[in-house]
Ligand binder design. Structure first.
Ligand SMILES: Nc1ncnc2c1ncn2[C@@H]1O[C@H](COP(=O)(O)OP(=O)(O)O)[C@@H](O)[C@H]1O
Ligand SMILES: N[C@@H](CC(=O)OP(=O)(O)O)C(=O)O
Length: 508
């Protein structure tokens, strides 16, 4: 039998699948679900780091397997992530749909956040219900009304009816769950994670319907069916790439489409319990998905022209950076530049997938490209420091004493006491001349840290081996970021000279 390759795509109605033979171009429409799924991509040959399907491997005898769908991987995919501000109103969601449709890539995966402020509202619902504050019911009504109004503006006909029926059903389930939380006066983590992820379910469904309105082949993906993560620390999860890739291949074999609109932020545990990638995690979702399909590029759309040399809300002279290395972007985000979630870099680094930060409200701005080897920059000293970032609301803890010197296990005892109270250490420094260890923790965690250290070192303090456990409140970290700083003499001198001048002007 002649080898024929068949491609699947949803029909215009979205309720059937068109199975098209790429050789004779004969279409065959069949109901979704009536498909027999052939081999998965895992059996097929790979080219280099990107997994591409060779024509020979893709050729499937029509007699052997009538229909087969695999998940193609590689440069044909572009991944876009739209943040909450981009999805903030029905008009903005329509603009997002237009940007998606305007991308000429062969395949597109679109990750979206909840409409702006919705995730905050969802956290507040849980908080109010567990504090037995009745006003959670009114707040839930507001969430419902916000999405109903947005959908009525954006959609019509059958799609509007479908969306509203899903929304009604979700809201009534949430009402029941919140009532249970209210009665118990407590929300388990999985209840809370389930509730807070709903903003992404609704925003992505609306976008998916808005894209379908144009007649494009578009499927909606609830990433809880695909992304598997495991907890790796307080407010942190690690993706299980292998399991997630398997689940994505399976998902795609059921719903192949050239455009997939997916939920950011939410995922599942290995036991299929809904969870999240934690606050601001949609950037991370996009990077993980980008790495699973070995995308050509991940574009993160937000409300500024790209990454600035400092937070544009604080520094009006900040300038746009055209390129950044992965390490520089990671450091900036770690030290507070919330234009990018710190963990976003990890999944894309291994496949050298570039991330581009772009402004949804200024499409003519080229944005910032984050990649392995940024273009050559000027070799002057200024270019060594590419940007500044700050973290506010911190406290410094200084543990000091001559008895610390040469005593094995002192740092371990300090940091295990910190770990026991679940505090997050942002930065550590050690001064051997004063025998001190100093570290920064969030201001809201410092009382517990200080108490734990006083208990842990009661005897050492009484005996004078430790002279003090001191807390300095109201601190910020100012980070200067730039890979070339390390190999350029004189950078710290300039930095501290500038700081000294500022402090003199401020009269310190
Ligand atoms: N160095 C920086 N460059 C660009 N934006 C920054 C920087 N530091 C902080 N920001 C802030 O990050 C914001 C974008 O992040 P975020 O509000 O989380 O967007 P989104 O909702 O699109 O995910 C910008 O509006 C900007 O004020
Ligand atoms: N909606 C989630 C996830 C997210 O990343 O949102 P945004 O892209 O708007 O920062 C949050 O607010 O935490």
């Amino acid at each position: 039998a002649a080898a024929h390759r068949r491609r699947l795509r949803p029909s215009a109605s979205g309720r059937e699948v068109v199975s098209q033979c790429l050789k004779c171009e004969i279409n065959q429409d069949r109901p979704m679900g009536a498909l027999r799924i052939g081999h998965s991509q895992g059996n097929l040959p790979r080219h280099g780091s990107k997994n591409l399907l060779t024509p020979a491997a893709a050729a499937i005898s029509v007699e052997q397997v009538e229909v087969s769908t695999y998940l193609p991987k590689g440069d044909m995919w572009s991944v876009h992530k739209f943040g909450g501000t981009c999805m903030g109103t029905p008009q903005r969601i329509q603009n997002v749909a237009d940007v998606v449709l305007g991308d000429s890539s062969e395949r597109k995966l679109i990750i979206v956040s909840a409409m702006s402020k919705v995730t905050d509202m969802m956290y507040s619902l849980v908080h109010k219900a567990q504090s037995r504050d009745d006003s959670y019911t009114e707040e839930l009504d507001k969430v419902f009304e916000k999405h109903m109004a947005a959908a009525k503006d954006l959609l019509d006909g059958e799609n509007l009816a479908r969306f509203l029926s899903e929304l009604h059903s979700d809201i009534s389930n949430l009402r029941a769950m919140l009532r249970a939380i209210y009665i118990a006066g407590h929300a388990t983590e999985s209840f809370s994670e389930f509730v807070v992820g709903h903003g992404e379910l609704w925003s992505s469904q609306m976008l998916s319907y808005a894209v379908q309105k144009s007649g494009a082949s578009c499927s909606w993906m609830d990433t809880r069916e695909v992304l598997v993560v495991k907890p790796s620390g307080p407010d942190m999860v690690d993706p299980d790439y292998e399991e997630s890739e398997k689940r994505l291949e399976k998902w795609f074999s059921r719903q192949p489409a050239e455009i997939i609109v997916a939920t950011g932020f939410i995922a599942s545990t290995a036991e299929n319990i809904p969870t999240t990638l934690k606050r601001d995690g949609s950037d991370f979702s996009a990077a993980i998905i980008g790495s699973l399909v070995r995308a050509r590029q991940v574009t993160i759309w937000t409300d500024v022209d790209g990454v600035f040399s400092a937070d544009p809300r604080k520094v009006s002279e900040a300038v746009i950076l055209s390129t950044l290395s992965y390490q520089e972007a990671w450091e900036m985000s770690y030290f507070g530049a919330n234009v990018l979630h710190p963990r976003t870099i990890i999944p894309v680094m291994k496949d050298n997938i570039p991330i581009v930060i772009r402004n949804m409200f200024n499409l003519s701005a080229p944005g910032t490209v984050i990649c392995k080897q940024p273009a050559n920059e000027d070799a002057d000293l200024d270019a060594c420091v590419k940007s500044f970032a700050t973290i506010d609301k911190l406290a410094l803890v200084n543990v000091e004493g001559t008895g610390m010197a040469g005593v094995p296990g002192t740092s371990s005892a300090i940091f295990s006491a910190v770990k026991e109270v679940g505090a997050n250490v942002i930065m550590i420094s050690q001064a051997s001349s004063e025998h001190s260890i100093c570290f920064a923790v969030p201001e809201k965690e410092v009382a517990a840290v200080s108490a734990a250290l006083h208990v842990r070192f009661r005897e050492a303090l009484a005996a004078g081996r430790l002279s003090k456990v001191e807390v300095i409140h109201d601190c910020s970290i100012l980070a200067a970021v730039g890979l070339r700083m390390a190999s350029t003499p004189g950078v710290s001198a300039i930095l501290f000279d500038a700081l000294a001048k500022v402090l003199t002007v401020l009269g310190w």
